[in-house]
Design a protein around this ligand. Structure first.
Ligand SMILES: Cc1cc2nc3c(=O)[nH]c(=O)nc-3n(C[C@H](O)[C@H](O)[C@H](O)COP(=O)(O)OP(=O)(O)OC[C@H]3O[C@@H](n4cnc5c(N)ncnc54)[C@H](O)[C@@H]3O)c2cc1C
Length: 421
């Protein structure tokens, strides 16, 4: 579609996405940038996922508070406004019209926003049913957690009486709480692994208070129902035994994919493992003046982690606006089994990643893991960490692990010692 003749609005920095990461980036930048810092958000209100995630658990590391999602979202929106950023809602970025020129579609029509720097903060989403290849009928009553929370908290609509939650990670328990609020009992939770992915304390508390049947090492092989869901068929992955669970609601939780369409269509280089933009430790992408933050980079982290990316990115954006080139790359990072991905993927000389941590995604559980960095066949360092490497949550490793890497050497591989427990 042509963009010729569209009105052009010039801003200094455009932030795409008004969730925790985008709002925090805007707040950090607006005070220090001469010119407009504009957040562009497609929803009616900014705030991102926390806006419709009504339970407490937000704001610990960034605001040093423990508040509900909506309260957290309100604080971040207010902070962005107070710092002088503008927030345009009901405005979706639907394409590019050249370098750092964004095509924005809103109820007022289309226009182009031209910026000196762009921060992509478009978040991540849970894979819907079609992408999970769950066979069966196509009745009403199948949601992702995001859809469920939208339905219940924003539209105050009913959510059935008996639910099966597919997944057993933190977000799965968030879904169970939302279902309870809507008067729907979670009769079973399924999980493909030996143990639920949520922290032990959360699983225990959840099982004690909400009493769902926890079906580990299972997968859903069929959803049945004419108009509304009537049952799901759950298969034991070891024995193949199948159990029919009657229910009228299915919630598909976790299994995240970054909202990367905009980055991809703009020619931004993506990491093949995270599926989000590949970035360096200043959160710079492969496109000049285009940065990325939050769950777009690490699907899915907690909101405070995403927000702190927003704070971190400001230094790189300010340097770019001042015409200062980025320092040279010291090392490339790659994930080795049991890690699926690592971010950032490149370290810059003298620039630590956000909070001095490398983020990794484990595919297997280890209680006291020893992380190992290897470059050109040589072990650079080993660190025993006092927190577990657990599937279904981001694993943080101090960036000091790779401090002794040879800047002229090959990529540094991050993995686990096999004998650690
Ligand atoms: C059910 C659930 C429960 C959770 N519970 C907790 C919890 O208790 N504590 C916690 O810390 N974290 C929790 N999280 C995780 C937390 O919500 C996320 O880590 C956080 O929201 C990520 O922030 P973000 O800014 O990266 O992305 P998001 O919050 O997803 O924000 C992205 C924003 O970008 C907008 N957007 C996307 N594309 C475009 C476009 N093209 N144009 C304009 N706008 C666009 C979206 O509308 C959205 O508002 C939970 C997540 C879920 C799903």
């Amino acid at each position: 579609m042509t963009t010729a003749g569209l009105p052009v609005e010039r801003v200094r920095v455009a932030v795409v996405g008004g969730g925790p990461s985008g709002l925090t980036a805007a707040a950090a930048l607006a005070r220090r940038v001469d010119g407009e810092v504009r957040v562009i958000e497609r929803e009616d209100a900014a705030g991102g996922i926390p806006r419709h995630s009504a339970h407490p658990g937000y704001g610990v590391r960034d605001l040093h508070r423990f508040v509900s999602g909506p309260a957290y979202a309100r604080r971040l929106v207010a902070a962005a406004g107070d710092s002088g950023a503008t927030v345009h809602t009901q405005a979706q970025v639907t394409g590019w019209d050249g370098d750092r020129r964004l095509v924005v579609t809103s109820p007022r029509g289309r226009h182009v926003v031209e910026a000196d720097a762009v921060v992509l903060a478009t978040g991540a989403r849970e894979r819907p049913r079609a992408a999970r290849w769950i066979p069966g009928d196509r009745p009403e009553g199948v949601y992702t957690t995001g859809e469920l929370q939208n339905l219940v908290h924003l539209h105050h609509a009913p959510a059935g009486r008996r639910a099966v939650v597919v997944g057993a990670e933190l977000v799965s328990w968030s879904a169970v709480l939302t279902l309870r609020e809507a008067g729907c009992r979670t009769v079973a939770m399924t999980c493909g692994r030996d143990r639920p992915e949520a922290h032990l304390a959360v699983t225990w508390a959840g099982r004690l208070a909400l009493r769902p049947r926890l079906l580990t090492r299972t997968r859903v092989v069929r959803i049945s129902g004419r108009d509304r869901v009537e049952s799901v068929l759950v298969e034991d992955v070891d024995t193949g035994t199948r159990t029919l669970v009657p229910c009228d609601t299915v919630v598909l939780t976790g299994d995240w994919v970054p909202d990367h369409e905009l980055a991809r269509s703009g020619g931004v280089g993506l990491d093949r493992a995270t599926l989000g933009p590949a970035v360096d430790s200043s959160l710079r992408t492969s496109a000049t003046g285009v940065y990325a933050v939050g769950n777009l980079l690490h699907p899915v982290d907690t909101a405070d982690g995403a927000a702190l990316d927003g704070r971190h990115v400001a230094a790189g954006v300010l340097a770019h606006l001042a015409g200062v080139g980025a320092p040279p790359v010291t090392v490339e990072l790659v994930a080795a089994a049991p890690f699926r991905w690592v971010t950032p993927q490149r370290l810059l000389l003298g620039i630590e990643p956000p909070r001095g941590h490398l983020l990794l995604w484990p595919e297997a559980y280890q209680r006291l893991p020893v992380v190992r960095a290897v470059q050109d066949g040589r072990v650079l360092a080993r660190h025993r960490l006092s927190w577990p490497a657990a599937p279904g949550r981001v694993f943080r490793v101090p960036a000091g692990l790779v401090a002794s890497a040879n800047p002229h050497g090959g990529p540094v591989e991050l993995g686990l010692e096999r004998d650690a427990r």
